[in-house]
Write a protein that binds this ligand. Structure first.
Ligand SMILES: *[C@@H]1O[C@H](CO)[C@@H](O)[C@H](O)[C@H]1NC(C)=O
Ligand SMILES: *[C@@H]1O[C@H](CO)[C@@H](O)[C@H](O)[C@H]1NC(C)=O
Ligand SMILES: *[C@@H]1O[C@H](CO)[C@@H](O)[C@H](O)[C@H]1NC(C)=O
Ligand SMILES: [Ca+2]
Length: 551
C-alpha cells in the first residue's frame, strides 16, 4: 500500500442522509479522481486510505463511520482501542474481509461481528487477547478463514466456532493456549471439523507445554447412562418401531390382554402416547411393514390364526385388512419383513411340532403365501440378512443347528445353503453391521451365546457371552456407538458396548427387566430410547444419554 491518501466518495445522485454519511460541499469522484461539486459524500478519515471497496486505517481510534456501507474489505491496524464490542461493524454489512491485526485488543465480546453475514476472511492477529466471549463469532456462517494467530489467547470458550458452518481454515499459531480441561472441547472439535487447522501448541500447564493439543488425552469426563424415561404398566413380548409421515410409532404385542398397542411419539410431551389398539387373542408379535404410503401390521396370534391390519387415514386407526392362511401357521414365534428386488415379503417362523415357517409376498393388493420351509424343525427365529449383495435367511430351530438359506434369482425361492455346525439350541438370531463388517449373534438360553463375523466365506465365532436364562440378545446402535443387550430371566440384563480398539463387546451397564423378551432401539427428536419388553412385569423405556461431567 502506498502512502495514505484521502478520497471522498461521491453519491452520484442525491440520496437521503444515512448514518455515517456526511454532507460536504466538495467531493472526489473516485473513478475520475477529480473534484466535483456534490451535496452528500463520504469522507475517508485521515489515517485511512480508501478505494471504492477497500478501507485501510492505521492507528485510527475507532471503526470509521463515515465510509460507504457497501465496502467489502476493511483493515484496522495499530489501533488503540481495547475491545471488540457487540455489533461494532454492523454498519458495514457487505464486508467480506476484515483484518484487525497489530492492535491492542484484550477482549472480544459476544456478537462482535453481528450483521456480517457475508464475511469470509477474518484476521485478528498480533493482539493481546485475554478473553473471548462464548458467542463472539456468532452469525459468521459464511466465514471461510479465521486467524487468531499470535494473539496470546490463553483459552477459547466452549463451542466458540460452532456457528462457523463454512470454515475451511483456522490459524491458531502463536497462542498462549492453556491445555487444561477447559481446552478439552477443542480436541473434540479439532477431530470432527472439516477445516484445516494449524497445529495448536500448548503454552501450559507445564506438563503439557510444547505439546500439540490434539495429541493430549484427558481423563474421560463423559458418562453414558440408560435411565428409565417411561414405564408402560403392562407386559409385552415384541416391540416394533416404524415411521410414517414424519411421526415415529411403536407397535407392542401384549399377549395377556391380546392387544397390539400402537404408540406414537409426542413431540411436545416428549413421551410415547397411546395411539390405537389392535385387539386380538394371545398376540405374540406385531410387525409393521410400510409399503409406499401404506402401513400394515402383521399380527401373529397363537389361536385363531394371524391377521394383517392396515392403517386407515380417514379413520386414523388400524382396520382389519386380511387373514393369513390359518392352516399353515399354528405356533408363530417370530415375524420378519424384508425386501428383495423391490418386492416385499415377510416370514413367520413357526415353532409348532409339525410347523412350517412360511414366507408371504405382497402382490400389490394383498399378501399371499409364497414359500414354506423347515417342516418339523420347530423354528424359533428368522433373520433376513444381505451377505455380499445376496439375500439370505437364517432360521434357528429347537431341533437342529441354524440353517442359512440363499435366494436363488432364477427360481425366486430360498434354497438351503449351509448349516452352522456345533450351534445347537439357538433360540434367536440377529444380524448387525459395524462399519463394513457383518456380524450375527446367536442367543442360547443357558451356556454361551455367540457373536460371529462374516469372513467372506462363512460366519466365524469371535466372542462368546455367558447366557443365564437368555431369550434375547439384541444388537443396536445410537449415533456412532454400538451396543448389544443380553436379556436374562434369572438376573440383570447386561448391556455390552463395542470396544473399537479391541473389536469386541465389553460389559458396560446392567438394567433390570423381569423376563425380558425383546429390546428395541427407537430414536426421535435427537433422543435415543431402548424399549425393554417384559413377559412378567412392566414394559420399560430407557433413555440413552451422554452426560458431560466436566460441565
Ligand atoms: C503504532 O502506534 C504506536 C502508538 O500507539 C506508535 O508508536 C507506532 O509507531 C505505531 N506503529 C506503526 C507501524 O505505525
Ligand atoms: C463436513 O463435510 C461433510 C460433507 O460436506 C458434511 O456432511 C459434514 O456435516 C461436515 N462436518 C462438519 C462438522 O461441518
Ligand atoms: C388402548 O386400550 C387401553 C386399555 O386397554 C386404553 O387405556 C387406551 O386408551 C386405548 N388406546 C386407544 C388409543 O384407544
Ligand atoms: Ca427374528
Amino acid at each position: 500500500m502506498g502512502a495514505p491518501f484521502t478520497i471522498i466518495l461521491v453519491m452520484k445522485t442525491v440520496l437521503p442522509l444515512r448514518q455515517g454519511c456526511l454532507p460536504l460541499p466538495l467531493c472526489y469522484l473516485v473513478n475520475s479522481e477529480s473534484w466535483i461539486q456534490g451535496d452528500f459524500a463520504f469522507v475517508c478519515p485521515s489515517p485511512c486510505s480508501c478505494t471504492k471497496d477497500t478501507v485501510i486505517c492505521v492507528g485510527y481510534s475507532s471503526v470509521p463511520r463515515t465510509i460507504p456501507s457497501d465496502i467489502n474489505s476493511l483493515s484496522l491496524v495499530n489501533a488503540s482501542y481495547r475491545e471488540l464490542a457487540e455489533g461494532m461493524f454492523s454498519h458495514l454489512p457487505f464486508l467480506q474481509l476484515l483484518l484487525l491485526n497489530s492492535n491492542s485488543f484484550t477482549l472480544i465480546k459476544d456478537d462482535a461481528f453481528a450483521g456480517l453475514s457475508h464475511l469470509e476472511y477474518l484476521f485478528i492477529e498480533n493482539n493481546k487477547i485475554d478473553s473471548i466471549s462464548r458467542y463472539a463469532f456468532r452469525g459468521l456462517r459464511d466465514l471461510i478463514h479465521l486467524s487468531l494467530a499470535n494473539s496470546h489467547i490463553r483459552s477459547l470458550p466452549r463451542d466458540a466456532f460452532s456457528d462457523l458452518d463454512s470454515l475451511l481454515e483456522l490459524d491458531l499459531r502463536g497462542t498462549d493456549l492453556q491445555c487444561d480441561c477447559k481446552a478439552k472441547w477443542l480436541i473434540g472439535w479439532l477431530q470432527t471439523t472439516n477445516a484445516t487447522v494449524s497445529d495448536v501448541i500448548c503454552a501450559g500447564p507445564p506438563e503439557h507445554q510444547g505439546k500439540k493439543l490434539i495429541d493430549l488425552t484427558y481423563p474421560k469426563t463423559h458418562s453414558e447412562i440408560f435411565v428409565v424415561h417411561q414405564v408402560l404398566p403392562y407386559q409385552s413380548l415384541s416391540v416394533d418401531t416404524f415411521s410414517f409421515k414424519d411421526d415415529i410409532f411403536v407397535a407392542i404385542a401384549q399377549p395377556n390382554v391380546g392387544n397390539c398397542r400402537v404408540l406414537q411419539w409426542d413431540h411436545i410431551e416428549m413421551n410415547f402416547r397411546s395411539y390405537d389398539n389392535i385387539t386380538g387373542q394371545s398376540i405374540i408379535g406385531c410387525k409393521a411393514i410400510v409399503i409406499e404410503d401404506q402401513v400394515f401390521v402383521v399380527v401373529a396370534q397363537l389361536f385363531g390364526g394371524s391377521v394383517i391390519y392396515k392403517y386407515d387415514e380417514s379413520w386414523t386407526k388400524f382396520v382389519k385388512f386380511q387373514d393369513i392362511e390359518v392352516s399353515k401357521i399354528s405356533k408363530p414365534n417370530d415375524i420378519e419383513a424384508f425386501q428383495i428386488d423391490n418386492e416385499w415379503f415377510f416370514i413367520i417362523a413357526d415353532s409348532s411340532k409339525a410347523g412350517l415357517s412360511t414366507i408371504y409376498k405382497w402382490n400389490g393388493k394383498g399378501f399371499y403365501s409364497y414359500q414354506t420351509m423347515h417342516e418339523w424343525f420347530r423354528d424359533t427365529d428368522a433373520e433376513y440378512v444381505n451377505i455380499d449383495g445376496k439375500s439370505h435367511l437364517i432360521l434357528t430351530s429347537r431341533s437342529q443347528v441354524p440353517d442359512i438359506f440363499q435366494w436363488n434369482k432364477n427360481s425366486k425361492q430360498f434354497v438351503q445353503q449351509s448349516e452352522m455346525q456345533h450351534m445347537e439350541d439357538v433360540i434367536a438370531v440377529k444380524s448387525f453391521r459395524i462399519e463394513s463388517d457383518l456380524f450375527i449373534c446367536l442367543t442360547r438360553f443357558i451356556g454361551d451365546s455367540k457373536i460371529m463375523k462374516w469372513n467372506t466365506k462363512e460366519f466365524v465365532e469371535i466372542q462368546d457371552l455367558p447366557s443365564r436364562g437368555s431369550m434375547i440378545l439384541q444388537p443396536f446402535s445410537f449415533k456412532d456407538r454400538y451396543y448389544l443387550v443380553m436379556g436374562s430371566d434369572y438376573t440383570f440384563s447386561q448391556i455390552y458396548s463395542w470396544d473399537v480398539e479391541n473389536k469386541v463387546f465389553a460389559k458396560f451397564k446392567e438394567v433390570y427387566v423381569q423376563a425380558p423378551r425383546s429390546f428395541t432401539a427407537v430414536s426421535t427428536d435427537r433422543m435415543d430410547f431402548l424399549f425393554a419388553s417384559s413377559f412378567k412385569g412392566n414394559t420399560q423405556i430407557f433413555e440413552h444419554a451422554i452426560v458431560d461431567l466436566s460441565l
